[in-house]
Design a protein around this ligand. Structure first.
Ligand code: NDP
Length: 604
């Protein structure tokens, strides 16, 4: 007879979590990271296309969409659907796709199930091949949307916006680019994305490394050989390869690197939590049996379960819905057992289910990794949502290969880098190739991340206006920036597990507002100061949103372990009633047709 495992000692776990956090706290927080400049300036270049010169475009346009990732694409699609054809997409990359254009590293895939992650599946008629699709299929889907909605025809690719300025006299935005273009746009859409500007670890001597090196978001297949679909990276045969970082990106590419490199050295500062993946092909017969409207149903079901709600069935059934259903079921059990529903009971239910989940994740490491010391170092000691949870079925097993070496730095990071390799704990690791899986800027100035400044009414800059934190109505409209619309997560649903759900809803809202402006002959639409103030006040009235726990180990989810001030809180806040309630709210707001909080001006 087997006995149930002992529940973990909650207090002992918390003490361990705090100790691990304390090891990693740094006075320099976000400033520890470097921008790719100097020797690394080319890390921002586009390695996938050759730049082709073209004459500058000077024209008037109804809508300029900045960013050709899913934010820009779905907004373009919704605008076309609303009958607005005069849409120019402007994108720095050589094609549409955004994150999925840039991130072509081996093993890249999306952790959110394709049935809900890939936007506009019904509209474009695409069936995902797998429950979780690989990056090339996602990139192809982005291109499919651009084709389907005729967004390519007028797209300006390989074109960086350099400035956006509101011209009051003509009620238009002047959009300037690095190609000398000057568009005079009635409306601008900002779909510039949250995680796209690569950052580098501030390791002493990093600039001295003499071997091959690149950031994962610009994978150099010229060096490694192979391709994004998984062909062997023959260029790494016999080579000593190092990778810095063990976040969601590294977890996906390490199994491929371990397969192809002569020796692989994984420099780890904090282990990721690696839950079960369980990928499988989508059955075409089953897919064909889905009723029209299925994707909306799936999106709502996933959002409901993922945010602690109830549904008759779990359509997606994955690690995301598992996390929140465990918490929800514990709360239900406590209440049924007679406990009062207080913030304290809710917190306890959350912590107990998290303890249970993290024990499972740590036990999985022991079950898969043969070397006990390596297994011990791969165990995450923090709550699952302190860092981006990872899901993978080959990552842990990669460490059973004789050529795959975990170099755990016990929270300190790589000591220094020299011309020939990296140092940890006084040991030198000689490397031919060094890969930075060190992530992307989060929380830096908006203009720096977007790559341009936005100057609105009366010379107000967006960076300046948001210096003390983001302010908006619904995360979309900003006072002083008429006819400009932000497409993102923050200050709306703020649903972090399925980003595209936010984007499609924002796109639908924006298309409705622009269509209304056009049908009423309005040349300007702007949020009132009162409506923006009220919305920000509503967000601040509740802690709901994506706010880290003070005991969490540092990372970009919690401002690198620094106290979250009002600015960070505003940037991470969401509708107090939760994501699904936001989607219902914004649907009603759109349908009412009065667009409460916005002013439409026909003549200025
Ligand atoms: P992350 O910011 O998550 O990870 C960066 C890694 O670099 C961390 O492991 C960090 O360690 C490590 N690091 C930083 N500085 C040092 C140093 N000095 N020495 C050693 N290690 C260091 O970036 P990723 O690119 O992995 O992921 C970014 C985000 O992109 C994810 O969180 C996710 O949202 C998204 N993504 C989504 C995927 C999907 O499936 N949908 C797949 C891949 C990425 P530490 O943890 O200690 O800070």
């Amino acid at each position: 007879m087997t006995t149930a495992p002992e529940p973990p000692d909650h207090e002992a776990l918390r003490a361990r979590y705090r100790a691990e956090r304390d090891k990693r706290l740094r006075a320099d927080g976000n400033d520890q990271y470097l921008e790719p400049t100097g020797r690394f300036a080319h890390f921002l270049d586009d390695p996938y296309v050759d730049r082709v010169e073209r004459p500058p475009v000077r024209e008037e346009v109804t809508v300029a969409v900045i960013g050709g990732g899913f934010a820009g694409l779905v907004t373009g699609a919704r605008l076309r659907h609303a009958g607005i054809d005069d849409v120019r997409l402007i994108e720095g990359g050589g094609d549409v796709g955004g994150a999925w254009y840039w991130n072509r590293y081996p093993g890249a895939m999306c952790d959110t199930a394709a049935m809900v992650y890939l936007p506009l599946l019904e509209e474009t008629g695409h069936m995902p091949t797998m429950k979780y699709t690989a990056a090339p299929e996602i990139f192809a889907h982005a291109r499919r949307i651009a084709r389907h909605f005729d967004l390519y025809e007028r797209a300006l690719l390989s074109t960086e916006v350099q400035g956006l300025r509101w011209d009051q006299a003509s009620s238009r935005w002047i959009v300037r680019t690095d190609r000398g273009d000057e568009l005079r746009a009635r409306f601008v859409i900002m779909g510039t994305g949250p995680l796209h500007r690569p950052k580098l670890p501030g390791i002493p001597g990093i600039e001295t490394f003499g071997g091959e090196c690149f950031h994962t978001s610009r994978w150099d297949y010229g060096v490694t050989g192979g391709d994004p679909s998984g062909a062997p990276m023959t260029g790494l045969a016999g080579k000593r390869v190092g990778i810095i970082g063990t976040g969601a990106t590294a977890v996906q590419c390490i199994p491929r690197l371990a397969r192809d490199a002569g020796e692989l050295f994984v420099f780890q500062r904090t282990p990721s939590s690696i839950d079960v993946r369980g990928n499988h092909p989508i059955d075409p017969a089953w897919f064909a049996s889905l009723r029209p409207g299925w994707q909306r149903e799936w999106l709502r079901n996933f959002c409901t379960l993922q945010t602690g709600g109830f549904a008759d069935e779990d359509l997606v059934m994955d690690g995301w819905t598992d996390i929140s259903q465990r918490i929800r079921d514990r709360i239900v059990a406590l209440v049924e057992g007679g406990a009062e529903l207080t913030p304290e009971t809710m917190r306890r239910a959350y912590e107990d289910s998290d303890d249970e989940k993290m024990e499972e994740i740590r036990a999985r490491v022991d079950a898969v990794v043969s070397d006990p010391a390596t297994a011990a170092a791969l165990k995450p000691w923090y709550r699952q949502l302190c860092k981006r949870p990872c899901f993978h079925d080959e990552y842990l097993d990669a460490y059973n290969r004789a050529n795959c070496h975990l170099v755990d730095t016990d929270g300190r990071g790589v000591e220094r880098i020299d011309e020939r390799g990296a140092w940890v704990d006084g040991v030198h690791y000689e490397l031919d190739c060094l890969i930075f899986a060190s992530g992307f800027e989060v929380g830096t100035d908006h203009a720096r991340r977007a790559g341009f400044e936005t100057v609105g009414r009366d010379g107000r800059t967006l960076g300046g206006y948001w210096a003390d934190g983001m302010r908006s109505l619904h995360g979309i409209h900003v006072q002083g920036f008429p006819n400009a619309f932000v497409v993102g997560l923050a200050q709306g649903a703020n649903l972090v597990s399925n980003v595209t759900h936010n984007l499609v809803e924002a796109a639908t809202t924006i298309a409705a507002v622009i269509a209304h402006a056009r049908s009423t002959g309005a040349v300007e639409v702007e949020v009132t100061a009162e409506a923006e103030e009220a919305w920000v006040g509503l967000l601040q009235s509740s802690e709901r949103g994506f706010l880290g726990d003070p005991d969490c180990t540092p990372g970009y989810y919690n401002n690198e372990g620094r106290t979250l001030g009002p600015k960070e809180r505003l940037g991470m806040s969401g509708y107090p009633e939760g994501a699904l309630a936001y989607f219902d709210f914004i649907d009603r707001w759109r349908r009412q047709g009065t667009f409460e909080g916005l002013t439409f001006r026909t003549r200025v």
